[in-house]
Write a protein that binds this ligand. Sequence first.
Ligand SMILES: [Zn+2]
Length: 249
Amino acid sequence: MVLQKIQLRNKCKKLPLGAVWQVRRCLRWIDPSHLTGIQYIELIDTLPDVTPSSPAWYRHARATNRGTYAWYNEPTTNDCAGIVLNMSDLCYAVPSFLWWTTVPSLLITKVLAHEVAHHLRFTRGHIFLREERFKRDWQEEAAADGYAFDVIRRMRKRWSYWLGHEIIDIAAQVDYSLGVKSWKQKDYVKAASYWDKAMRLNSEHTYAAHWHGRAVAMLRSNRSEAGGRVKSVGVREVLDAPRASEDNS
Ligand SMILES: [Zn+2]
């Protein structure tokens, strides 16, 4: 009943095949009572420009070129509460042949559940326990991650999601290895791109995060040696690509 009330607003120029089906599938894993008050889920593939009214976290995310997978919109006088999902970042690392599997379901649910936790915090004042207090933003972020982790843990009890989780790990490892191969060939654009994908699939892949940083530093250094000019389109794509593995909400 709650699910029918949530509007899916498609603002994507090119919506990945099955995206709406995937999002509805993800919503079914979240306690319906926790979704009360969320009126819409907006699917975007282009991040909005920074404006004077943009929140500080968003301005920081864009200024530092951090990846932004999703955020929670608190209700305003003009609109109800909702969640925005950046589908281009969410789907970037998923090969198209896996799009109808549980792989994207797990990746989307992870960020969607995290935003639902922020909604709980806003509406009822807590995520897990009434007495919980967050003095710092990171404490709320950690609790929201914990909420998402619980949802994913429930999903993985079903074999198809367990398998999806295994495939994500394997795909991340394949991308990591391809990154290593590209690095050895001194193709830093490709290396950064593969390690970026590995991080998006597995946000706990610390090796990919480390080496991605090294590859981007190498590209930036090459760019500055070239007098500030970007040597190729490929380099620009990597340098401009969002690449953090967490949302910034
Ligand atoms: Zn958050």
